[in-house]
Design a protein around this ligand. Structure first.
Ligand code: SF4
Length: 424
C-alpha cells in the first residue's frame, strides 16, 4: 500500500481539524451531504411527461416490432401481411439506413396504405458534435427535436479472450434528477425523459457510424445504459427500447449483452428484474449508509438495507447483479472499507467492478494511487469476492464515467433556463 495522503481541504474544514483525520472525514461528508440537500431542494422530480412535440402517433422506434405486427393487424392487414410489413420496415430502417419516407414507400400496397395510419416517423436525432479519444472511444452529442442535447458514447475494447467487443453507452434522460456529487450530469438536474425511440435512435446512429469506419475493430455487440440519466426513473421507455434492441426484426441483440446501471432505486429494482432479462448494475460507491448518502442522495430514501432486500427479492436463480464501486482517495478505499464491502456483499449474488475515480465536478473527490486500488482489490479477491478493476475509456474527451455533460454543461444549462423543465 502506498503512503496515505491527506484529505484535500474542503470548504468548511478548519486547518486545525486536519490533525484529526476521523473528524475531518466526517466534516467533509457532512459538508457534502449539506450541499446535496441544498441541491435536492431545487431538484425537479422525475416525470413521465410526453415529449413537448410528441406526434399524434407513436414513433416507429417507440414500440417494438412485435407491437407493430399487432397494430398493423388491427388496422386490417392479414396476420402474415402485418408480420411481413413490420419486418420489412424494421430491416429497412434499422439495418439498411433507408430514409423513412422510402421505408414506407417500398411497402406492398396494402401495407403502404395502412401503415401511416397507425405508426409515426421515428424520433429524429441530429448529431451536433463528435469527439474521438486516443483509445478510439467516441463521444456523440445529439440534439433532439426539442432542442435538448444528449450524449452517447461508442467504446471499443480490444481486451478479452473473445478478441474484444464494442459497446454503445446510451442516455435515458436529458440531465438527471439524482444529483450524485461526483457526476457532471447530476449538476444539470432532470430536464426531461427520453422516449424509447430516442434511446433506440442513439444506438442506431452510433452503429451506423461505427460500421462505416471500424475496419478490423469488433462490431457493436453490447449496450450499456450508463449515459445521462437514471434509467429506472424512465423504466417504461427503457424496457421498450430493450425490447427493440433485442428483437430479431431490429438489432437482434441478446439481453445478456445489455446492462442497465442504476443508483439503486429500490422500489423499481424488482419490477426491472421481472420485466427484462437484461443485466442490472448498481452503483454502490460506499460501504456504509453515511458515506453513501453523502455521495448519492438517493440513499436517503433507499438505504443500503432496502436496496439489498429489493435485490434479494428480485434476483431469480442464476441471475446476479454487477456492483460498481468508484474508488475515491481516502474516502472509501481503505482496507477497513474493503472489509465492510465484503460483509455487505456476502448474501447477494454479485460481481464487483472497482473504478478509480475520474476527474469530476468536485476536486475533493480524487483518484486513489494505483497501490491503494490494487490493495483494495487484492483484499477482496483474497476473501473470495469477484472484483475487477475497470479503467475508464475516453477520459480525454469527457466520455468517461461521471464526466458526461461536463463539457457541455454551460450550453445545457442555458437551454434548461430558456426552455423550462422537460423542454416545455
Ligand atoms: S451518476 Fe447517474 S444517477 Fe447519479 S447523477 Fe449521474 S447520471 Fe444521475
Amino acid at each position: 500500500m502506498g503512503s496515505r495522503r491527506r484529505l484535500p481541504l474542503a470548504a468548511g474544514v478548519a486547518p486545525s481539524q486536519l490533525r484529526d483525520p476521523a473528524r475531518t472525514l466526517m466534516t467533509v461528508l457532512v459538508s457534502l451531504s449539506r450541499s446535496n440537500h441544498a441541491s435536492s431542494m431545487t431538484q425537479r422530480p422525475p416525470t413521465t411527461s410526453p415529449l413537448p412535440d410528441a406526434p399524434a402517433l407513436p414513433g416507429f422506434s417507440d414500440q417494438s416490432p412485435e407491437r407493430w405486427v399487432a397494430a398493423l393487424s388491427d388496422a386490417g392487414l392479414r396476420p402474415q401481411q402485418a408480420r411481413n410489413a413490420a419486418k420489412q420496415l424494421s430491416r429497412a430502417w434499422y439495418d439498411d439506413g433507408t430514409a423513412w419516407a422510402d421505408c414506407i414507400g417500398e411497402l406492398p400496397r396494402a401495407a403502404r396504405e395502412v401503415a401511416p395510419n397507425v405508426l409515426g416517423a421515428p424520433a429524429p436525432l441530429t448529431i451536433s458534435e463528435r469527439v474521438t479519444a486516443e483509445d478510439r472511444t467516441s463521444r456523440l452529442l445529439f440534439r433532439t427535436t426539442s432542442g435538448h442535447l444528449i450524449e452517447t458514447v461508442i467504446i471499443p475494447s480490444e481486451r478479452g479472450a473473445s478478441g474484444g467487443r464494442t459497446t454503445v453507452c446510451v442516455s435515458s434522460q436529458v440531465g438527471c434528477g439524482r444529483r450524485c456529487v461526483f457526476c457532471e450530469t447530476g449538476k444539470l438536474g432532470l430536464l426531461r425523459q427520453l422516449s424509447a425511440g430516442e434511446i433506440v435512435e442513439q444506438f442506431r446512429q452510433a452503429r451506423q457510424i461505427w460500421e462505416a469506419e471500424r475496419g478490423p475493430a469488433p462490431p457493436i455487440t453490447n449496450v450499456v445504459f450508463m449515459g445521462m440519466g437514471e434509467p429506472l426513473d424512465n423504466l417504461d421507455a427503457v424496457i421498450s427500447a430493450i425490447e427493440t434492441l433485442c428483437h430479431d426484426f431490429a438489432f437482434g441483440l441478446s439481453a445478456k449483452r445489455i446492462t442497465v446501471s442504476t443508483v439503486g432505486v429500490a422500489p423499481k429494482v424488482e419490477e426491472f428484474l421481472r420485466r427484462t432479462k437484461a443485466h442490472l448494475a448498481v452503483s454502490l460507491n460506499a460501504p456504509d449508509d453515511a458515506r453513501r448518502t453523502a455521495l448519492m442522495p438517493v440513499n436517503k430514501r433507499c438505504s443500503m438495507a432496502e436496496l439489498k432486500t429489493a435485490l434479494q427479492a428480485g434476483l431469480t436463480k442464476g441471475r446476479d447483479v454487477l456492483f460498481e464501486y468508484v474508488l475515491f482517495d481516502e474516502l472509501n478505499d481503505s482496507l477497513d472499507d474493503a472489509e465492510l464491502l465484503r460483509a455487505w456483499l456476502q448474501d447477494v449474488p454479485a460481481r464487483l467492478n472497482l473504478i478509480p475515480a475520474n476527474p469530476g465536478p468536485d476536486p475533493a473527490l480524487r483518484q486513489p494511487t494505483a497501490e491503494r486500488v490494487w490493495a483494495f482489490q487484492k483484499y477482496l479477491l483474497d476473501q473470495g469476492v469477484r472484483a475487477l478493476v475497470r479503467h475508464p475509456h475516453g477520459r480525454d474527451v469527457g466520455g468517461a464515467c461521471g464526466q458526461l455533460a461536463g463539457t457541455h454543461r454551460t450550453q445545457l444549462e442555458r437551454l434548461a433556463h430558456t426552455q423550462g423543465p422537460h423542454g416545455r
